[in-house]
Design a protein around this ligand. Structure first.
Ligand code: CP
Length: 302
């Protein structure tokens, strides 16, 4: 594996190698050794054209814990505002010696294009509505850690599937690892291509909830909504929001996940978000180990 562009590119063995490597790194960096020398002398550029809290910070921490030099490049305040293209920006950063480029961009396919232009490894940190493979890796890592298995796990992904790169990456990776995914959304927030995805679709959250081991909630992405959002926010929350009453109807050991950022009171109530069965903060913590594993395997692993 030279790049990480799509969760669908990972074979079962490659995905498990990332998860097992992340578990080892979590043990090592969680003990007394905080920093490992593995990527000393290597340079990682975080090239972010879209806002991020979790992904940017955890890629930076992951690279630093492996002793790499890290450059955080934000399109805001750069020569991008003067019209410089993605290609020229990437080639400029490569000329300064980037060994790995972590890219987030609003255009679906941006990471794939970048991989054609630069010599180093490209890691997709979210491209438009297409994919977010490291998010899916940290999500399945969290599921395996909490529930002890992935094979046969029943996962409901609930929310704005139409605009979600997290949903597509999770469907592809969970399918590879033997889990069964059901996407749950209003018909207006399901992409027309969904029949080609390896999952089932439901419009009825209350029917899916009691049969799910994992309920993953997604934010409604108002910023990508070019047409009117239907149903309204209030109607959406009533039919698809996970509140205390719905939560009580889930299986006793089922977990609630969210990739963040959350809109409390919309897709998830504060009570559910803060419940011990919510893995939101674990997902964030696991993101550092998983991104360390990916950087290690792409830039420094044997
Ligand atoms: N989950 C996720 O990608 O969060 P950020 O947008 O904060 O990186």
């Amino acid at each position: 594996m030279r790049h990480l562009l799509s969760a669908g590119d990972l074979s079962r063995d490659e995905a498990l190698l990332v998860l097992d490597t992340a578990a080892e790194l979590a043990q090592v960096s969680g003990r007394s050794v905080k920093k490992l020398p593995t990527l000393r002398g290597r340079t990682v550029v975080n090239l972010f054209y879209e806002d991020s809290t979790r992904t940017l910070t955890s890629f930076e921490l992951a690279a630093k814990r492996l002793s790499a030099d890290v450059v955080n490049f934000s399109a805001k305040g750069s020569s991008v505002s003067k019209g410089e293209s993605l290609k020229d920006t990437a080639l400029t950063l490569q000329a300064m010696g980037a060994d790995g480029v972590v890219v987030r961009h609003s255009a679906s396919g941006a990471a794939h294009r970048l991989a054609e232009w630069v010599d180093g490894a490209v890691l997709n940190a979210g491209d438009g509505t297409h994919e977010h493979p490291t998010q899916a890796l940290l999500d399945v890592y969290t599921m395996r850690e909490r529930l002890g298995r992935l094979d046969g796990l029943r996962v409901a992904v609930v929310g704005d599937i139409l605009h979600s790169r997290v949903a597509r990456s999770n469907v592809l990776l969970l399918h590879t690892l033997g889990a069964e995914v059901t996407l749950v959304a209003p018909p207006t927030l399901v992409p027309v291509s969904v029949h080609t995805w390896p999952c089932s679709v439901s419009y009825d959250l209350d029917a899916v909830l009691p049969k799910s081991d994992v309920v993953m909630l997604l934010r409604v992405q108002a910023e990508r909504m070019h047409d009117a959002f239907f149903p309204t926010a209030r109607e959406y929350s009533r039919r698809y929001g996970l509140d205390g009453e719905r939560f009580a109807r889930m299986q006793d050991d089922a977990i609630v996940m969210h990739p963040g950022p959350m809109v409390r009171g919309m897709e998830i109530s504060a009570e559910v978000a803060d419940s011990p069965r919510s893995t939101v903060n674990e997902q964030v913590a696991n993101g550092v180990s998983v991104r360390m594993a990916v950087l290690y395997l792409l830039l420094g692993g044997s």
